[in-house]
Design a protein around this ligand. Structure first.
Ligand code: SME
Length: 143
């Protein structure tokens, strides 16, 4: 699937947030697990997700983990080797790299897209640009 096809499918869906996790997990082989966390007070709470296994990290305080760091800064985090990052909260033994893209609305972080890959250093600038476009598309639909 191309990035444009994915963006079109997400933007045209009745529920763009749910569609985003489905389209990203299905459409891109190096996206092994895809979840959306939504900000609730000082926590990130797991919303829709797709992948082989559930994660135990369904609630993450802002500031903790790679997810919490991205929520605190509002900046995309790319971790090439999760085992070398002391912030990393482990979910799946197979995960080697991770990208977390904040979802911002009116200058406030309302959630984030979290993607784990079983490949080392799976995420680059193309993923960042694409996923930041996805985040902007779904931001108005985040509760
Ligand atoms: N690895 C994340 C926690 C979420 S799981 O990857 C689904 C982190 O370090 O914040």
């Amino acid at each position: 699937m191309t990035h444009d096809e994915a963006l079109e499918a997400i933007r045209g869906a009745d529920d763009p947030v749910a569609a985003a996790v489905e389209v990203l997990e299905r459409g891109f082989e190096h996206y092994s697990w895809v979840g959306i966390y939504l900000v609730e007070g000082d926590d990130l709470v797991l919303g829709p997700w797709r992948g082989p296994e559930a994660t135990e990290h369904t609630r993450i305080p802002v500031g903790q983990g790679v997810c919490g760091a991205a929520a605190a800064s509002g900046l995309t985090e790319i971790v090439d080797d999760v085992n070398a990052d002391p912030r990393y909260l482990a979910c799946f033994p197979s995960t080697r790299s991770e990208i977390v893209v904040p979802i911002a609305l009116d200058g406030r972080v309302v959630g984030e897209i979290d993607i784990d890959s079983d490949r080392p250093a799976a995420f680059g600038d193309e993923d960042r640009e694409f996923l930041e476009q996805v985040a902007a598309s779904i931001a108005p639909h985040c509760p």
